[in-house]
Design a protein around this ligand. Structure first.
Ligand SMILES: C[S@@+](CC[C@H](N)C(=O)[O-])C[C@H]1O[C@@H](n2cnc3c(N)ncnc32)[C@H](O)[C@@H]1O
Length: 346
């Protein structure tokens, strides 16, 4: 079956995720983002006798159950799709299990390609143990199905903040270049004609205006006869040399496209009052980068462990479609109410 009909923007399926996934068509979703129950952390009261992930007696069983589910999810994922998995760790008899990595390595062994291990730094952390440090992060692993995959880097770039503007003369680029020196070089030039000087000054004013507006981040200006050139002087080889001969100046601009976020994300956890019943709700902000970078607009994001519908809610807000699966009728109802309330959990 197709997870969503043409005219649908979202859908919640009640049931065991393995059984529901098995019914879904091959390559029918663009992106999967999920946070399964952590092993042995808590028992979700789902009122059904379906196998609930996290309740296995041995952690090896948990790892293999998740690996099987995500193998099935890989079939449902488009070939250029991404899978983001949030997992937390657990101590048993004082020993940290390394559970996120146990699952991650099992997924790598079963054919997933890992692209990032994101550290979700939760900025706070509570615990009572006095003989070790406070836990303050969880992992968000990014997996892909094939080496070539959809990734819109420009959608998540961090733009440099606009540079302070005092007046045109005091404007400086990100590396502190102001127009002052170039203005003087133009004025004192014995190589440029009066017309070329006027043109060069106008071009300098224009690039400074672009710096003020945030479009350009940095620039360098070369004026004929005023500085040593670092490119070939041969006009046949270098376009810059040609511009110097023809116009008397050359401006190199660095556009303010911005840089990519790092793999450490500082995002506070959901407020406790929104931690519905027993379900560990993740914040919608955690899903912003995964959705914007790895699901095209109008594409489908799937969460096989839907909980309160955070993934579907965030996807809709960012112009994508959402599909959630959960075996708890209560959480399915909570999710539907949430979407009806514009993403707010009641
Ligand atoms: C950690 S919660 C997900 C929370 C979610 N990310 C949110 O923000 O609300 C895990 C969910 O997986 C569901 N679950 C556990 N085993 C399942 C299974 N076999 N099939 C489908 N859902 C399952 C639980 O009912 C629970 O709602």
């Amino acid at each position: 079956m197709t997870p969503l009909q043409e005219n649908e923007r979202y859908k919640f399926y009640l049931g065991d995720c393995m059984s529901v996934l098995k019914q879904m068509d091959d390559r029918s979703v663009n992106c999967i983002i999920t946070s399964p129950p952590y092993w042995g952390m808590r028992s979700y009261d789902n009122g059904s006798d379906v196998h609930e992930i996290g309740n296995e007696n041995r952690f090896e069983q948990y790892v293999s159950a998740l690996t099987e589910i995500f193998d099935e999810a890989r079939r449902v994922l488009k070939d250029d799709g991404s899978f983001w998995l949030n997992l937390g760790d657990k101590y048993v008899d004082k020993a940290l299990l390394g559970m996120p990595w146990r699952v991650a390595i099992s997924l790598i062994d079963s054919g997933w390609i890992m692209r990032n291990d994101v550290i979700w730094h939760q900025l706070k952390g509570t615990q009572s143990a006095k003989d070790r440090l406070r836990d303050s992060y969880e992992h968000v692993f990014h997996f892909v199905k094939s080496k070539k995959y959809y990734y819109d880097a420009d959608a998540i770039r961090i733009k440099p903040s606009k540079l302070p503007v005092i007046d045109a003369e005091a404007t400086t680029s990100s590396t502190g270049v102001s127009g002052k020196k170039y203005r003087r070089l133009i004025a004192e030039s014995t190589e440029l004609t009066e017309q070329e000087k006027a043109n060069a000054t106008k071009a300098l004013d224009e690039v400074l205006a672009e710096i003020r507006s945030g479009l350009v981040n940095d620039f360098r200006m070369t004026i004929r006869g005023a500085q040593r050139t670092w490119h070939s002087d041969d006009v046949k080889i270098s376009g810059r040399a040609k511009e110097l001969v023809n116009r008397g100046y050359y401006i190199m601009k660095i556009y303010a496209k911005g840089h990519l976020p790092s793999d450490v994300w500082n995002i506070v956890t959901e407020d406790t009052w929104r931690t519905d019943k027993h379900c560990a709700v993740y914040p919608e902000e955690l899903l912003r980068i995964p959705i914007l970078a790895t699901c095209p607009e109008g594409g489908i994001v799937l969460d096989p462990f839907n909980g309160t519908g955070t993934t579907v809610s965030a996807s809709l807000k960012l112009g994508r479609k959402g599909v959630g699966i959960d075996l708890s009728p209560e959480y399915i109802k909570t999710s539907k109410d949430r979407i009806a309330n514009n993403g707010t959990l009641l």
